[in-house]
Ligand binder design. Sequence first.
Ligand code: PLP
Length: 399
Amino acid sequence: MVNEAMYARGAESSVIREIFSYANERKAQVGAEHVFDFSLGNPSVPAPDAVRASIERSLTLPPEVLHGYTPAPGMPEARQAVADSLNRRFGTSYGMADIFMTVGAAASVSCALHAVACPGEEVIVIAPYFPEYRVWIETAGATCVEVPADPQTFQIDVEAVAAAITPRTAAVIIDSPNNPTGVVYTRENLEALARVLDEANAGRAAARENQQPIALISDEPYREITYGAEVPWVPSIYEYTAVCYSYSKSLSLPGERIGWVLVPQASAWGRRVMCAVAGAARCLGFVCAPALFQRVVIDCVDVPSDVEAYARNRDVLCGALKRFGYSYVEPDGAFYLWVRSPDPDAEAFCERARAFELLPVPSNSFGAEGWLRVGYCVAAEVIEGSLPAWEQLAREYGL
Ligand code: PLP
Protein backbone atom coordinates (compact mmCIF):
# COMPACT_ATOMS: atom_id res chain seq x y z
CA MET A 1 0.00 0.00 0.00
CA VAL A 2 1.06 3.58 -0.48
CA ASN A 3 -0.21 6.87 0.83
CA GLU A 4 -2.71 7.75 -1.91
CA ALA A 5 -2.35 11.51 -1.42
CA MET A 6 1.42 11.25 -1.93
CA TYR A 7 0.95 8.82 -4.81
CA ALA A 8 -1.32 11.33 -6.53
CA ARG A 9 1.27 14.11 -6.15
CA GLY A 10 3.94 11.86 -7.61
CA ALA A 11 1.77 10.68 -10.48
CA GLU A 12 0.39 14.08 -11.52
CA SER A 13 2.70 15.81 -13.93
CA SER A 14 4.00 19.35 -13.66
CA VAL A 15 3.17 20.92 -17.02
CA ILE A 16 6.39 22.96 -16.87
CA ARG A 17 8.55 19.89 -16.23
CA GLU A 18 6.69 17.98 -18.95
CA ILE A 19 7.47 20.67 -21.53
CA PHE A 20 11.08 20.78 -20.36
CA SER A 21 11.38 16.97 -20.85
CA TYR A 22 9.71 17.23 -24.25
CA ALA A 23 12.19 20.00 -25.20
CA ASN A 24 15.11 17.76 -24.27
CA GLU A 25 13.69 14.90 -26.36
CA ARG A 26 13.26 17.21 -29.34
CA LYS A 27 16.78 18.61 -28.89
CA ALA A 28 18.14 15.06 -29.10
CA GLN A 29 16.08 14.45 -32.26
CA VAL A 30 16.44 17.67 -34.25
CA GLY A 31 19.42 19.45 -32.64
CA ALA A 32 19.42 21.85 -29.69
CA GLU A 33 19.72 24.93 -31.91
CA HIS A 34 16.33 24.19 -33.51
CA VAL A 35 14.34 23.95 -30.25
CA PHE A 36 13.12 27.10 -28.45
CA ASP A 37 12.45 26.02 -24.90
CA PHE A 38 10.88 28.78 -22.78
CA SER A 39 9.57 26.44 -20.08
CA LEU A 40 11.78 26.43 -16.99
CA GLY A 41 12.98 29.20 -14.65
CA ASN A 42 16.54 27.88 -14.70
CA PRO A 43 18.88 30.94 -14.77
CA SER A 44 20.95 31.18 -17.95
CA VAL A 45 23.41 33.59 -16.31
CA PRO A 46 26.32 31.73 -14.66
CA ALA A 47 26.83 31.98 -10.89
CA PRO A 48 29.24 34.84 -10.08
CA ASP A 49 32.98 34.10 -9.72
CA ALA A 50 32.69 34.97 -6.03
CA VAL A 51 30.67 31.77 -5.51
CA ARG A 52 33.46 29.59 -6.90
CA ALA A 53 36.07 31.51 -4.87
CA SER A 54 34.01 30.95 -1.72
CA ILE A 55 33.67 27.21 -2.42
CA GLU A 56 37.41 26.92 -3.05
CA ARG A 57 38.11 28.63 0.29
CA SER A 58 35.72 26.27 2.06
CA LEU A 59 37.44 23.24 0.50
CA THR A 60 40.54 24.06 2.57
CA LEU A 61 38.58 23.36 5.78
CA PRO A 62 39.00 20.00 7.52
CA PRO A 63 36.43 17.64 5.96
CA GLU A 64 34.69 16.93 9.26
CA VAL A 65 34.10 20.66 9.65
CA LEU A 66 33.22 21.25 5.99
CA HIS A 67 30.70 18.44 5.72
CA GLY A 68 29.29 18.44 9.26
CA TYR A 69 25.71 19.22 10.26
CA THR A 70 25.03 22.84 11.08
CA PRO A 71 22.51 23.92 13.73
CA ALA A 72 18.97 23.40 12.37
CA PRO A 73 18.26 27.15 11.90
CA GLY A 74 21.62 27.54 10.17
CA MET A 75 25.17 28.65 11.00
CA PRO A 76 25.05 31.70 13.29
CA GLU A 77 27.49 33.52 10.96
CA ALA A 78 25.26 32.90 7.92
CA ARG A 79 22.11 34.09 9.71
CA GLN A 80 23.94 37.16 11.01
CA ALA A 81 25.37 37.91 7.54
CA VAL A 82 21.85 37.84 6.07
CA ALA A 83 20.47 40.02 8.88
CA ASP A 84 23.31 42.55 8.52
CA SER A 85 22.79 42.73 4.77
CA LEU A 86 19.05 43.38 5.18
CA ASN A 87 19.76 46.03 7.82
CA ARG A 88 22.12 47.85 5.44
CA ARG A 89 19.58 47.75 2.63
CA PHE A 90 16.31 48.39 4.43
CA GLY A 91 17.28 50.33 7.56
CA THR A 92 16.03 47.48 9.78
CA SER A 93 17.63 46.07 12.93
CA TYR A 94 17.40 42.32 12.49
CA GLY A 95 19.66 39.82 14.21
CA MET A 96 20.39 36.17 13.58
CA ALA A 97 17.26 35.16 15.54
CA ASP A 98 15.10 36.66 12.76
CA ILE A 99 16.59 34.35 10.10
CA PHE A 100 16.17 30.60 9.54
CA MET A 101 18.33 29.15 6.74
CA THR A 102 16.42 26.82 4.41
CA VAL A 103 16.76 24.42 1.51
CA GLY A 104 15.73 27.06 -1.06
CA ALA A 105 12.50 29.03 -1.38
CA ALA A 106 10.46 25.84 -1.76
CA ALA A 107 11.41 24.90 1.80
CA SER A 108 11.00 28.50 2.99
CA VAL A 109 7.44 28.74 1.70
CA SER A 110 6.37 25.25 2.75
CA CYS A 111 7.81 25.74 6.28
CA ALA A 112 6.19 29.19 6.56
CA LEU A 113 2.87 27.76 5.41
CA HIS A 114 3.00 24.84 7.82
CA ALA A 115 3.93 27.33 10.55
CA VAL A 116 0.91 29.62 10.10
CA ALA A 117 -1.88 27.51 8.54
CA CYS A 118 -3.80 24.79 10.36
CA PRO A 119 -5.83 22.02 8.72
CA GLY A 120 -9.23 23.38 7.71
CA GLU A 121 -7.97 26.96 7.31
CA GLU A 122 -7.64 28.93 4.07
CA VAL A 123 -4.68 30.51 2.31
CA ILE A 124 -5.23 33.17 -0.36
CA VAL A 125 -3.07 33.18 -3.50
CA ILE A 126 -3.10 35.88 -6.16
CA ALA A 127 -3.84 34.28 -9.55
CA PRO A 128 -1.94 33.69 -11.75
CA TYR A 129 0.38 32.07 -9.19
CA PHE A 130 3.35 29.71 -8.87
CA PRO A 131 1.67 26.26 -9.14
CA GLU A 132 3.55 24.70 -6.21
CA TYR A 133 1.75 27.04 -3.79
CA ARG A 134 -1.37 24.91 -4.10
CA VAL A 135 0.61 21.72 -3.41
CA TRP A 136 2.25 23.15 -0.28
CA ILE A 137 -0.99 24.72 1.00
CA GLU A 138 -2.90 21.47 0.58
CA THR A 139 -0.08 19.45 2.15
CA ALA A 140 -0.50 21.66 5.23
CA GLY A 141 -4.17 20.59 5.24
CA ALA A 142 -5.40 24.06 4.26
CA THR A 143 -7.52 25.17 1.29
CA CYS A 144 -6.02 27.21 -1.55
CA VAL A 145 -8.27 30.22 -2.32
CA GLU A 146 -7.49 31.84 -5.67
CA VAL A 147 -8.08 35.58 -5.95
CA PRO A 148 -7.49 36.94 -9.47
CA ALA A 149 -5.04 39.82 -9.83
CA ASP A 150 -6.26 43.08 -11.37
CA PRO A 151 -6.89 42.03 -15.00
CA GLN A 152 -5.28 45.20 -16.42
CA THR A 153 -2.21 45.71 -14.26
CA PHE A 154 -1.77 42.30 -12.59
CA GLN A 155 -1.22 44.16 -9.32
CA ILE A 156 -3.04 42.70 -6.29
CA ASP A 157 -6.79 43.35 -6.51
CA VAL A 158 -7.03 44.45 -2.91
CA GLU A 159 -10.83 44.67 -2.85
CA ALA A 160 -11.07 41.13 -4.16
CA VAL A 161 -8.71 39.98 -1.39
CA ALA A 162 -10.90 41.76 1.18
CA ALA A 163 -13.94 39.97 -0.22
CA ALA A 164 -12.21 36.58 -0.02
CA ILE A 165 -11.17 36.88 3.64
CA THR A 166 -13.17 34.67 6.02
CA PRO A 167 -12.74 33.78 9.70
CA ARG A 168 -10.73 30.78 8.45
CA THR A 169 -8.17 32.81 6.47
CA ALA A 170 -4.74 32.00 7.90
CA ALA A 171 -2.47 33.66 5.33
CA VAL A 172 -2.05 35.41 2.01
CA ILE A 173 0.91 34.52 -0.23
CA ILE A 174 2.37 37.17 -2.51
CA ASP A 175 5.27 36.87 -4.92
CA SER A 176 6.95 40.03 -6.21
CA PRO A 177 8.69 40.33 -8.68
CA ASN A 178 6.05 37.92 -9.84
CA ASN A 179 6.30 34.52 -11.41
CA PRO A 180 4.58 34.27 -13.92
CA THR A 181 3.66 37.88 -14.82
CA GLY A 182 6.93 39.76 -14.18
CA VAL A 183 4.96 42.44 -12.31
CA VAL A 184 6.48 44.14 -9.25
CA TYR A 185 3.85 45.15 -6.69
CA THR A 186 3.99 48.87 -5.99
CA ARG A 187 4.34 50.34 -2.53
CA GLU A 188 0.79 51.78 -2.82
CA ASN A 189 -0.59 48.37 -3.72
CA LEU A 190 1.16 46.69 -0.77
CA GLU A 191 0.04 49.46 1.61
CA ALA A 192 -3.54 48.99 0.44
CA LEU A 193 -3.23 45.25 1.05
CA ALA A 194 -1.82 45.91 4.53
CA ARG A 195 -4.80 48.16 5.33
CA VAL A 196 -7.21 45.40 4.32
CA LEU A 197 -5.39 42.82 6.44
CA ASP A 198 -5.15 45.21 9.42
CA GLU A 199 -8.90 45.89 9.19
CA ALA A 200 -9.67 42.18 9.02
CA ASN A 201 -7.44 41.57 12.06
CA ALA A 202 -9.14 44.38 13.98
CA GLY A 203 -12.55 42.96 13.05
CA ARG A 204 -11.51 39.53 14.29
CA ALA A 205 -10.21 40.86 17.55
CA ALA A 206 -13.46 42.81 18.12
CA ALA A 207 -15.65 39.82 17.22
CA ARG A 208 -13.43 37.47 19.29
CA GLU A 209 -13.88 34.96 16.45
CA ASN A 210 -10.23 34.34 15.63
CA GLN A 211 -7.46 35.96 17.60
CA GLN A 212 -4.74 35.09 15.09
CA PRO A 213 -3.69 37.86 12.71
CA ILE A 214 -3.60 36.97 9.03
CA ALA A 215 -0.02 36.17 8.04
CA LEU A 216 1.45 37.61 4.86
CA ILE A 217 3.96 35.26 3.25
CA SER A 218 6.12 37.27 0.88
CA ASP A 219 7.90 34.87 -1.46
CA GLU A 220 10.80 36.82 -2.97
CA PRO A 221 13.22 34.63 -4.95
CA TYR A 222 13.26 37.27 -7.72
CA ARG A 223 13.81 40.31 -5.44
CA GLU A 224 17.15 41.11 -7.12
CA ILE A 225 16.01 40.47 -10.70
CA THR A 226 14.48 43.83 -11.60
CA TYR A 227 14.75 46.37 -14.39
CA GLY A 228 14.62 49.53 -12.29
CA ALA A 229 11.46 49.07 -10.23
CA GLU A 230 11.50 49.47 -6.43
CA VAL A 231 10.73 46.21 -4.60
CA PRO A 232 9.41 47.44 -1.23
CA TRP A 233 10.46 45.65 1.97
CA VAL A 234 7.16 44.09 2.99
CA PRO A 235 7.73 43.65 6.78
CA SER A 236 8.10 47.44 6.97
CA ILE A 237 4.58 47.72 5.51
CA TYR A 238 2.70 44.90 7.27
CA GLU A 239 3.68 43.62 10.71
CA TYR A 240 2.69 39.96 10.39
CA THR A 241 4.96 39.20 7.43
CA ALA A 242 7.27 36.25 6.84
CA VAL A 243 9.73 36.76 3.96
CA CYS A 244 10.85 33.70 1.98
CA TYR A 245 14.04 34.08 -0.01
CA SER A 246 16.36 31.96 -2.08
CA TYR A 247 19.65 32.30 -3.93
CA SER A 248 18.36 30.09 -6.77
CA LYS A 249 17.78 33.06 -9.07
CA SER A 250 19.83 35.93 -7.59
CA LEU A 251 23.11 33.94 -7.55
CA SER A 252 22.03 31.35 -10.17
CA LEU A 253 22.24 28.44 -7.69
CA PRO A 254 18.92 26.58 -8.15
CA GLY A 255 20.48 23.13 -7.84
CA GLU A 256 22.26 23.94 -4.60
CA ARG A 257 19.10 24.55 -2.54
CA ILE A 258 19.86 27.51 -0.30
CA GLY A 259 17.60 30.25 1.03
CA TRP A 260 16.06 31.57 4.22
CA VAL A 261 12.88 32.58 5.99
CA LEU A 262 12.75 35.84 7.89
CA VAL A 263 10.17 36.24 10.65
CA PRO A 264 10.70 39.46 12.64
CA GLN A 265 11.20 38.54 16.31
CA ALA A 266 10.10 41.90 17.71
CA SER A 267 6.59 40.59 18.48
CA ALA A 268 5.20 37.62 20.39
CA TRP A 269 3.56 36.60 17.07
CA GLY A 270 6.96 36.54 15.35
CA ARG A 271 8.56 34.48 18.10
CA ARG A 272 5.78 31.89 18.02
CA VAL A 273 5.81 31.71 14.21
CA MET A 274 9.60 31.30 14.08
CA CYS A 275 9.36 28.44 16.58
CA ALA A 276 6.68 26.88 14.35
CA VAL A 277 8.94 27.36 11.28
CA ALA A 278 11.60 25.36 13.15
CA GLY A 279 8.97 22.74 13.98
CA ALA A 280 7.82 22.57 10.36
CA ALA A 281 11.42 22.15 9.12
CA ARG A 282 11.82 19.32 11.61
CA CYS A 283 8.52 17.64 10.67
CA LEU A 284 9.24 17.95 6.95
CA GLY A 285 12.70 16.40 7.46
CA PHE A 286 14.88 19.28 6.32
CA VAL A 287 17.45 18.90 9.21
CA CYS A 288 19.60 21.85 8.05
CA ALA A 289 20.34 23.84 4.91
CA PRO A 290 23.41 22.70 2.87
CA ALA A 291 26.48 23.64 4.92
CA LEU A 292 28.76 24.48 1.99
CA PHE A 293 26.22 26.93 0.62
CA GLN A 294 25.56 28.52 3.99
CA ARG A 295 29.27 29.41 3.81
CA VAL A 296 28.75 30.75 0.28
CA VAL A 297 25.98 32.99 1.68
CA ILE A 298 28.39 34.38 4.30
CA ASP A 299 30.87 35.30 1.56
CA CYS A 300 28.45 36.38 -1.17
CA VAL A 301 25.48 37.92 0.64
CA ASP A 302 26.06 41.31 -1.01
CA VAL A 303 27.25 40.12 -4.42
CA PRO A 304 24.94 41.82 -6.94
CA SER A 305 22.85 39.79 -9.36
CA ASP A 306 23.85 40.02 -12.99
CA VAL A 307 20.61 41.07 -14.69
CA GLU A 308 22.10 42.50 -17.88
CA ALA A 309 21.56 39.41 -20.01
CA TYR A 310 17.95 39.11 -18.82
CA ALA A 311 17.38 42.81 -19.53
CA ARG A 312 18.69 42.36 -23.08
CA ASN A 313 16.54 39.26 -23.67
CA ARG A 314 13.53 41.10 -22.31
CA ASP A 315 14.06 44.03 -24.64
CA VAL A 316 14.60 41.87 -27.74
CA LEU A 317 11.63 39.61 -26.99
CA CYS A 318 9.25 42.45 -26.06
CA GLY A 319 10.27 44.54 -29.08
CA ALA A 320 9.75 41.67 -31.51
CA LEU A 321 6.49 40.39 -30.04
CA LYS A 322 5.08 43.92 -30.08
CA ARG A 323 6.00 44.26 -33.78
CA PHE A 324 4.33 40.94 -34.54
CA GLY A 325 1.09 42.12 -32.86
CA TYR A 326 1.19 40.19 -29.57
CA SER A 327 0.10 41.88 -26.36
CA TYR A 328 1.84 41.20 -23.08
CA VAL A 329 2.40 42.57 -19.58
CA GLU A 330 5.45 44.86 -19.48
CA PRO A 331 7.78 42.98 -17.09
CA ASP A 332 9.40 45.00 -14.28
CA GLY A 333 11.20 42.03 -12.79
CA ALA A 334 11.87 38.26 -12.75
CA PHE A 335 12.56 36.68 -16.15
CA TYR A 336 9.12 35.77 -17.45
CA LEU A 337 6.99 37.43 -20.11
CA TRP A 338 3.21 37.03 -19.68
CA VAL A 339 1.84 37.05 -23.20
CA ARG A 340 -1.84 37.08 -24.20
CA SER A 341 -2.39 33.83 -26.12
CA PRO A 342 -3.59 34.56 -29.70
CA ASP A 343 -5.84 31.52 -29.21
CA PRO A 344 -8.25 31.85 -26.25
CA ASP A 345 -7.28 28.24 -25.56
CA ALA A 346 -3.64 28.65 -24.51
CA GLU A 347 -3.05 24.89 -24.60
CA ALA A 348 -4.24 24.80 -28.24
CA PHE A 349 -1.80 27.62 -29.09
CA CYS A 350 1.07 25.76 -27.40
CA GLU A 351 0.16 22.60 -29.30
CA ARG A 352 0.31 24.51 -32.59
CA ALA A 353 3.57 26.22 -31.56
CA ARG A 354 5.16 22.78 -31.17
CA ALA A 355 5.17 22.44 -34.95
CA PHE A 356 7.74 25.28 -34.89
CA GLU A 357 9.61 23.78 -31.90
CA LEU A 358 8.44 26.82 -29.93
CA LEU A 359 7.73 25.91 -26.30
CA PRO A 360 6.08 28.47 -24.01
CA VAL A 361 3.97 27.32 -21.02
CA PRO A 362 0.14 27.64 -21.19
CA SER A 363 -1.36 29.67 -18.35
CA ASN A 364 -3.80 27.02 -17.09
CA SER A 365 -1.40 25.59 -14.52
CA PHE A 366 -0.93 29.08 -13.05
CA GLY A 367 -4.66 29.43 -12.37
CA ALA A 368 -5.46 31.65 -15.39
CA GLU A 369 -6.94 31.14 -18.86
CA GLY A 370 -5.71 32.43 -22.20
CA TRP A 371 -2.11 33.44 -21.47
CA LEU A 372 1.39 32.09 -22.09
CA ARG A 373 4.41 32.24 -19.81
CA VAL A 374 7.63 32.76 -21.75
CA GLY A 375 10.71 32.23 -19.55
CA TYR A 376 13.44 34.40 -21.08
CA CYS A 377 16.23 33.12 -18.80
CA VAL A 378 17.74 31.52 -21.92
CA ALA A 379 20.70 32.13 -24.21
CA ALA A 380 20.22 35.18 -26.47
CA GLU A 381 20.36 32.84 -29.51
CA VAL A 382 17.22 31.05 -28.29
CA ILE A 383 15.32 34.34 -28.32
CA GLU A 384 16.72 35.34 -31.74
CA GLY A 385 16.13 31.88 -33.20
CA SER A 386 12.53 31.77 -31.99
CA LEU A 387 11.44 35.04 -33.60
CA PRO A 388 10.48 33.65 -37.05
CA ALA A 389 8.21 31.12 -35.31
CA TRP A 390 6.52 33.80 -33.21
CA GLU A 391 6.05 35.87 -36.36
CA GLN A 392 4.62 33.00 -38.38
CA LEU A 393 2.18 32.09 -35.60
CA ALA A 394 1.09 35.73 -35.33
CA ARG A 395 0.30 35.68 -39.08
CA GLU A 396 -1.60 32.41 -38.82
CA TYR A 397 -3.73 33.85 -36.01
CA GLY A 398 -4.25 37.11 -37.92
CA LEU A 399 -2.69 39.41 -35.29
N1 PLP B 1 8.70 30.60 -5.49
C1 PLP B 1 8.65 31.01 -6.76
C2 PLP B 1 7.74 32.12 -7.12
C3 PLP B 1 9.44 30.41 -7.74
O1 PLP B 1 9.37 30.83 -9.02
C4 PLP B 1 10.29 29.33 -7.36
C5 PLP B 1 11.11 28.63 -8.37
O2 PLP B 1 11.03 28.82 -9.54
C6 PLP B 1 10.31 28.95 -6.02
C7 PLP B 1 9.51 29.60 -5.12
C8 PLP B 1 11.19 27.84 -5.57
O3 PLP B 1 12.51 28.30 -5.53
P1 PLP B 1 13.72 27.41 -5.02
O4 PLP B 1 14.37 26.84 -6.23
O5 PLP B 1 14.62 28.36 -4.31
O6 PLP B 1 13.17 26.39 -4.11
